[in-house]
Design a protein around this ligand. Structure first.
Ligand code: SME
Length: 172
C-alpha cells in the first residue's frame, strides 16, 4: 500500500473511532463508558497493544480501566514518577520512541518498545491520562497524538460533567 493511501485510511479510521467514542460517552453509564473507550482505542490500531486510562486521585494516578493482554503492576503511580507521572506533572503529551533509552520509564511489559501518554486536562487541573504501550519501536505518529488529544479532551468534558470521577477497573 502506498504511504498516501495508508495515511488516508488511518484518517478515516481515526474519525470513525472519535465518533464511536462520542456515542459511548453520551450513552453509557460511567462504569461502562471508560471500558468502552479503552476497548475501542485498542481495536482502532494494530500497534496499540495496551491501552489504559488513569485518573488523578490526590497526588497519584490510579488505573481506572484498561484493555490489553496483561495486567500492569503499576496501578498507582505517584505524580512525577515514570512517563505517566511526568506527563501529568508537566501537563503535556509525552511520546517515548524507544522505552529502553528513557531512564524515566517504568516497565510494565517486557514486550513494550514505545509509549505515548496524553494528559486529560480539566479546566483547572489534570484529571487523568491515556497511556498506550506499543510492541513496535517508534510506533506513535503525529496523527496518533492528535487523535488521542482529541479523545482526552472529550474525556475531560465527560469526567467534569460526571461531577466525580468514575471508579471502574476492567481488563480486556
Ligand atoms: N510505563 C509507564 C507505567 C505504566 S505502564 O506502561 C502500563 C510509565 O513509565 O509511567
Amino acid at each position: 500500500m502506498s504511504q498516501f493511501r495508508a495515511s488516508v485510511q488511518q484518517d478515516r479510521s481515526q474519525s470513525r473511532v472519535i465518533s464511536q467514542l462520542q456515542v459511548a460517552l453520551s450513552n453509557e453509564s460511567p462504569d461502562e463508558a471508560l471500558k468502552t473507550v479503552v476497548r475501542l482505542l485498542r481495536e482502532s490500531s494494530e500497534y496499540y497493544d495496551w491501552v489504559g486510562i488513569y485518573l488523578v486521585k490526590e497526588q497519584s494516578l490510579v488505573l481506572a480501566s484498561y484493555a490489553g493482554e496483561a495486567e500492569t503492576e503499576h496501578v498507582t503511580i505517584p505524580i512525577g514518577q515514570g512517563i505517566c507521572g511526568l506527563a501529568a506533572e508537566q501537563e503535556r503529551t509525552i511520546i517515548v520512541p524507544d522505552v529502553n533509552k528513557d531512564p524515566s520509564y517504568l516497565m510494565c511489559f517486557p514486550s513494550t518498545r514505545s509509549e505515548i501518554v496524553v494528559p486529560i486536562k480539566g479546566a483547572s487541573r489534570v484529571l487523568g491520562e491515556i497511556d498506550i504501550d506499543s510492541n513496535r519501536l517508534s510506533a506513535f505518529t503525529l496523527r496518533d497524538r492528535e487523535m488521542l488529544e482529541e479523545t482526552a479532551s472529550m474525556l475531560a468534558t465527560y469526567i467534569q460533567n460526571q461531577g466525580s470521577t468514575p471508579q471502574s477497573q476492567e481488563s480486556r
